[in-house]
Write a protein that binds this ligand. Structure first.
Ligand SMILES: [Fe+2]
Length: 522
């Protein structure tokens, strides 16, 4: 039997029972003693209306079964010593049951059809000669009965429709809420792990599963793990061994054939034929008596499709981002290589600037943009003659004016490139001073963009710490003291404070690495 048939049968059975209960109350008021309720013309139950007891006369039920078709077609039937009021219960033009009200009169004992019935004490209870219902009233009673049943079925159907609609609305709302939340999270394309964890969490909360696990294909390298498990440690498969077995099945994208039904139902959704993106497995349903509905499956499938689309986009974004950073790093390395004395300068400034940004409480993505700006800050030196850049000894005033053009040249080179808009202020203003005596625009204080104030400090520290064509590197202690001394004049005081918190171990290893590379090349 399909689940749809089972559902329909369940609704019909509830309808018959609901109508039967109401009719029983009305029939009791009319003086009837017994009501027989027939569900789907299969399960017959008799009730003593006075006591509410269930009457179990099998013989009487057998008679009803043999006569039900004949009786249910008419208004009432009976014969010697019995009056039977039969009225079919119809729902959506289909007969789903029948209500029989009957009265046995003493003369029933002369009716061969009922021979032996009244030997059953429970059936005998229904023998009722105290209610004087005239034969002429039968038509009225039958009509009232039929009308009552029709009204009750209509009411039940309306209630059922309202309940059904309310249930569907609630499901639709939950579906929309989950998918809306997932859709909204899709903008955070650089945070795939957060998206996946949230997706599992929302599915679990909305559908009441004990656990929700998601597995992404082995080609998906943007997440720290290929399987994410969301669920209370105490829920899920009963034993650790079972859970391990499920996780293994998920990891290998197996068909879950080895899943043991005794561990609870699971639903899984594979969004595409290759199964290369998101596979969602949910189980240990905590609500609806553990029953997994088509609604659960649909929502999980939709979530798996959302997640797959998101992960595909996130992976493309990651590739694009790595390509972009790779190009930027190559470009900055090429500029630094123009002068052997500045080899690795941009990479070190980028590192220091990122650390300052993090120490100042900027987010990791903001600090990443500061790092990119650090990599590109001297890109304008590409437009400065090499003879000036690499000149041994002091520069003339004219040569120095040439050097001072590099922030604006860099800004001009980068300004039309999509995706670099936010790093341009660092490139243009990294030689401004906090006291307004810098270049190219002579900006002062907080008029200088934060990114540029950070780069100015990192840039000067690295310049003082490195050998230059015109002087040797200064000792570390002296450099740090000089940076500290320039608080509020050359540098933003807050930036200096953040800079002095940096552990310079990584910076020193970068310096050593560059020195080794230069030595090897020489
Ligand atoms: Fe510079």
């Amino acid at each position: 039997m399909s689940s749809l048939t089972t559902l329909e049968s369940d609704i019909n059975s509830r309808c018959v029972n609901s109508v039967g209960t109401e009719i029983a109350e009305r029939a009791a008021k009319l003086g009837f003693r017994t009501l027989v309720l027939d569900t789907e013309l299969e399960q017959i139950r008799s009730f003593d209306l006075a006591s509410g007891d269930l009457l179990g006369s099998e013989r009487w039920h057998a008679v009803l079964r043999s006569k039900q078709h004949e009786w249910s077609q008419g208004k009432f039937r009976g014969g010697t010593g019995v009056r039977v009021y039969a009225c079919p219960i119809s729902r959506r033009h289909r007969e789903i049951g029948c209500v029989f009200l009957h009265r046995f009169l003493p003369r029933v004992e002369k009716n061969a059809l009922f021979t032996g019935i009244l030997e059953d004490p429970r059936a005998r209870k229904s023998l009722d000669d105290s209610v004087a219902i005239k034969h002429a009233d039968d038509d009225i009673i039958a009509s009232l009965l039929k009308q009552s049943i029709n009204d009750l079925v209509s009411m039940h159907e309306s209630d059922n429709d309202v309940e059904d609609l309310s249930h569907r609305l609630s499901e639709a709302y939950e579906t929309l809420e989950v998918l809306y939340a997932l859709g909204r999270s899709m903008v955070n394309i650089d945070k795939p792990e957060k998206f996946v964890v949230q997706a599992c969490h929302r599915i679990r909360e909305a559908l009441g599963f004990g656990f929700v696990a998601m597995h992404v294909g082995k080609d998906m390298n943007i997440l720290p793990a290929s399987t994410i498990w969301e669920g209370d440690p105490d829920t899920g498969p009963e034993t650790i061994e079972s859970r391990d077995r499920l996780l293994n099945a998920i990891k290998h994208n197996a068909s879950l054939n080895e899943w043991d039904d005794s561990l609870g139902s699971v639903v899984r959704a594979v969004p595409n034929a290759q199964g290369s993106n998101a596979l969602i497995v949910a189980g240990d349903k905590q609500t609806d008596g553990g029953h997994i509905s088509s609604y659960d499956t649909k929502l999980i499938e939709a979530s798996a499709r959302f997640t797959s689309t998101f992960l595909s986009n996130a992976q493309l974004f990651d590739i694009q981002k790595r390509l972009f950073v790779g190009i930027v790093e190559s470009l900055s390395a090429a500029i630094d290589a123009k002068d052997a004395y500045t080899e690795g300068h941009s990479r070190r400034v980028a590192y220091l600037a990122e650390q300052i940004a993090l120490n100042m409480g900027l987010t990791s993505s903001e600090a990443e943009r500061v790092r990119i700006s650090g990599l590109l800050h001297d890109v304008g030196k590409i437009g400065v003659p090499e003879a000036v850049l690499c000149k041994l000894g002091r520069l003339t005033d004219e040569e120095f004016e040439d050097i001072k053009k590099h922030p604006e040249i860099g800004h001009r080179i980068l300004k039309d490139l999509t995706g670099l808009e936010d790093v341009l202020p660092g490139v243009l203003h990294h030689h401004e001073r906090y006291d307004g005596r810098g270049y190219p625009h002579g900006l002062a204080g907080e008029d200088i963009p934060m990114m540029a104030r950070i780069l100015a400090c990192a840039d000067t520290f690295d310049a003082m710490s490195s050998n230059r064509s015109y002087r040797s590197a200064m000792p570390r202690e002296k450099v740090l003291a000089e940076v500290d001394r320039c608080r509020g004049t050359q540098f933003d005081s807050d930036v200096v404070t953040a800079f002095l918190k940096i552990d310079l171990t990584v910076y020193d290893s970068m310096v050593a690495e560059e020195a080794a590379t230069v030595q090897k090349a020489a």
